[in-house]
Design a protein around this ligand. Structure first.
Ligand SMILES: Nc1ncnc2c1ncn2[C@@H]1O[C@H](COP(=O)(O)OP(=O)(O)OP(=O)(O)O)[C@@H](O)[C@H]1O
Length: 656
């Protein structure tokens, strides 16, 4: 059938006399209707067809696992086949409940329905919880009761307390949903064993620099490669801590709705139960263990949480623009379950040159390792022949001997080629002095993708921040002074303004995605999670980003726009001041809860920075999006007038 936007098996039920009955149906979404069929032969008559124009709200509910409710305007008539009409009372409250097999399916349907229903303006509403059954803490089992099994397990290992629950149960639920969604889809980032076709030894000691300070010169303590291997060596323990929770197939409807007022025990009882059992010696041991765990987690989170918790889904969109050779450029892609390799490789060829680039480059050394492939410092040693016009046009500004960065990606090993495609599309279209310059890309035998970029010898901002030494008081000092911070922030703002002016949201601003070069220039990179805002779709709903830098509206699953980048920029400034983003030492689930619940994060030592810096942070870290500044406004704030010049910055960071 033509015009199908999404289809698949679901269970559904409607309000009415048979409202207790869940039925398996084949659901089809097209441009005008949401139709329920008895089988996947969608040519047959639908059991029920709902006009998309009649849908007034769609929200997730906890009636069943992976369940959402569709609400319809009461003045609309449905198309109900006569044989099934007894299941459906057209004058009923007009709720339709749909349950999907997996969490991912649920989000796929929510995104698709939101994108198609004119009354929903493309924005998923936050999950809508009804509160009907008991939730409490049972000291005998040592855990929350009255929540779905998978959540109870998550809560047991998290540092979320019953107090947190009492303070804001909704924020706990948001954090749980969010966490489960990320970890339940743990396939992308686990696949990071990308073999390089060029077997170069990792750089023994990649880019090193010293921050010049009058009082001290802080050397970068760990090379990126060493940090990486250090992380990997303790990875299994961490991964097992974070492994996806088994999804209970048994549905326990009696505990899926939550009433936090009806408690049958209190946190005090929990505390009493615990403290009564523990001797002071075991308490001390536990404290030590906790401290040890936190230290390990600190390292891991910097390197790994961003990967382990990286989002898996991208939303649809985008107008057609020009590719490298003048052909229409493809839209940014939706990250779906079906990763149609052939189709994506075809699309990649509108941006990448279909040829073997090996004769044109000499590999020098490995500069870094990303999730999708390794990055090499290389030298251009040959240009393609002039007779190939396509090559020639894209190479007219290239010179022999220039140093470039080459990211090599084995396409067959990529579980989500759409991310790479998105990165290619955005880079190809975004030429700005604060965006890492994309030069060209090659696709080799539909197997390998080489992305050629300008070489940023300074590596990422995280490397500078990791040079921060811990003082004896335990307070992390920043290796940057405020003029250098203001400079980095100003340059990042300029790059962001370019993206936002082009209706692109970066969605993953953090120090790891800010690269530096030897001229002291600062550029944004990593465009895999970018999304485009269009007139029709001025807000996004997909959960994308790295949790610690993520705006509360994303964790709270509200619609969001480009101001999520402003929030992340504020978090990045805290990172620069304190060496790490807020809540990095918290258990990940607790961190999500704190982002959803705590409002604007505060500096540990606000007195250590200038008033202008605090004002800038305030402008970025407003929970209310309307009060949060746009990047254009940020550029007018006084803090940025503190910025040093690129030359001063270059001189402050000395290369060895
Ligand atoms: N243009 C560049 N110049 C110099 N080094 C680079 C450049 N791009 C990336 N790198 C280095 O390579 C590392 C990996 O970069 P990459 O963009 O692949 O990282 P990632 O975002 O973690 O991975 P992915 O994009 O595959 O998810 C970076 O941390 C950086 O040190």
């Amino acid at each position: 059938m033509k015009g199908i936007k999404k289809e698949g098996w679901i269970s559904y039920k409607v309000d009415g006399i048979f409202s207790f009955l869940w039925q398996k149906r084949y659901l089809v979404l097209n441009d005008s209707y949401l139709s329920f069929y008895k089988s996947d032969r969608v040519g047959e008559e639908a059991v029920l067809s709902v006009a998309l124009t009649s849908i007034t709200n769609v929200s997730r509910i906890q009636m069943k696992q992976n369940c959402f409710e569709i609400l319809r305007a009461t003045d609309q008539k449905d198309n109900v086949s006569p044989i099934n009409s007894y299941f459906y009372e057209s004058n009923s409250k007009r709720s339709i409940f749909i349950s999907t097999r997996t969490e991912r399916d649920l989000h796929g349907w929510l995104d698709a329905i939101f994108a198609k229903c004119p009354l929903l303006s493309g924005v998923s509403s936050p999950t809508n919880f009804t509160h009907k059954v008991h939730v409490g803490f049972d000291p005998k089992v040592g855990n929350f009761v009255g929540v779905p099994d998978s959540w109870a397990k998550l809560l047991q290992t998290s540092e979320i307390t019953y107090d947190d629950w009492n303070r804001n149960s909704k924020a706990v639920i948001k954090a749980l949903q969010f966490y489960e969604d990320y970890n339940g889809l743990d396939t992308i980032q686990s696949n990071n064993n990308v073999n390089s076709s060029v077997d170069l030894k990792p750089l023994k000691s990649p880019t090193k620099y010293i921050i010049n300070k009058r009082t001290s010169s802080i050397k970068r303590s760990l090379s990126k490669t060493r940090r990486q291997s250090k992380t990997n060596s303790i990875l299994p323990a961490y991964r097992s801590e974070l492994k996806p929770f088994p999804r209970s197939t048994e549905k326990n409807n009696s505990v899926t709705n939550i009433e936090h007022n009806e408690l049958y025990t209190t946190l005090h009882e929990k505390d009493k139960a615990c403290t009564g059992k523990e001797s002071s010696a075991s308490l001390q041991t536990n404290q030590l263990k906790k401290k040890e765990k936190q230290t390990i987690q600190h390292h891991l989170r910097r390197q790994d949480n961003s990967a382990a918790l990286k989002p898996r889904r991208l939303a649809p969109s985008a107008p057609v623009t020009k590719g490298y050779d003048g052909t229409p450029k493809e839209d940014l892609l939706e990250l779906s379950d079906a990763d149609d390799s052939e189709e994506i490789i075809m699309k990649m060829k509108t941006v990448a040159i279909d040829a073997n680039p090996r004769p044109y480059f000499q590999m020098i050394e490995k500069a870094g390792q990303g999730a999708s492939g390794a990055v090499y410092l290389s030298k251009r040693i040959k240009l393609p022949q002039k007779k190939d016009q396509r090559f020639f046009e894209s190479h007219c500004h290239r010179t022999i001997g220039e140093r470039v960065a080459i990211k090599q990606i084995h396409l067959s090993k990529q579980p989500r080629k759409q991310l790479i495609m998105n990165e290619l599309l955005v880079m190809n279209d975004s030429h700005h002095e604060n965006i890492v310059n994309f030069l060209e890309a090659y696709i080799i035998d539909a197997e390998e993708l080489w992305v050629i970029m300008e070489y940023m010898e300074g590596g990422c901002l995280t490397d500078i921040l990791d040079a921060a030494a811990e003082t004896s008081s335990g307070k992390r000092s920043s290796p940057l002074n405020e003029t250098q911070m203001a400079y980095i922030v100003k340059e990042t703002c300029q790059g962001l303004m370019f993206l936002h002016d082009n209706k692109i949201i970066h969605r993953d601003i953090k120090s790891d995605n800010i690269l530096l070069n030897s001229q002291g220039l600062v550029k944004i990179t990593d465009f895999g999670f970018c999304a485009e805002l269009t007139e029709k779709r001025s807000k996004r709903a997909t959960m994308v980003g790295t949790p610690y830098w993520m705006a509360p509206e994303i964790v709270n699953q509200k619609g969001y726009d480009e101001k999520v980048d402003v929030w992340s920029l504020g978090i990045m400034l805290i990172e620069m001041i304190e060496g790490e983003p807020p809540y990095l030492n918290e258990d990940p689930l607790k961190a999500l809860y704190l982002i959803a619940n705590n409002g604007s994060p505060k500096l540990r030592h606000p007195e250590s920075v200038a008033k202008k810096t605090r004002q800038f942070l305030d402008a970025c870290l407003q929970v209310n999006v309307d009060l949060r500044a746009s990047v254009r406004k940020l550029l007018m704030l006084e803090f940025l007038s503190l910025a040093c010049s690129p030359t001063e910055f270059k001189l402050a960071i000395k290369w060895r």
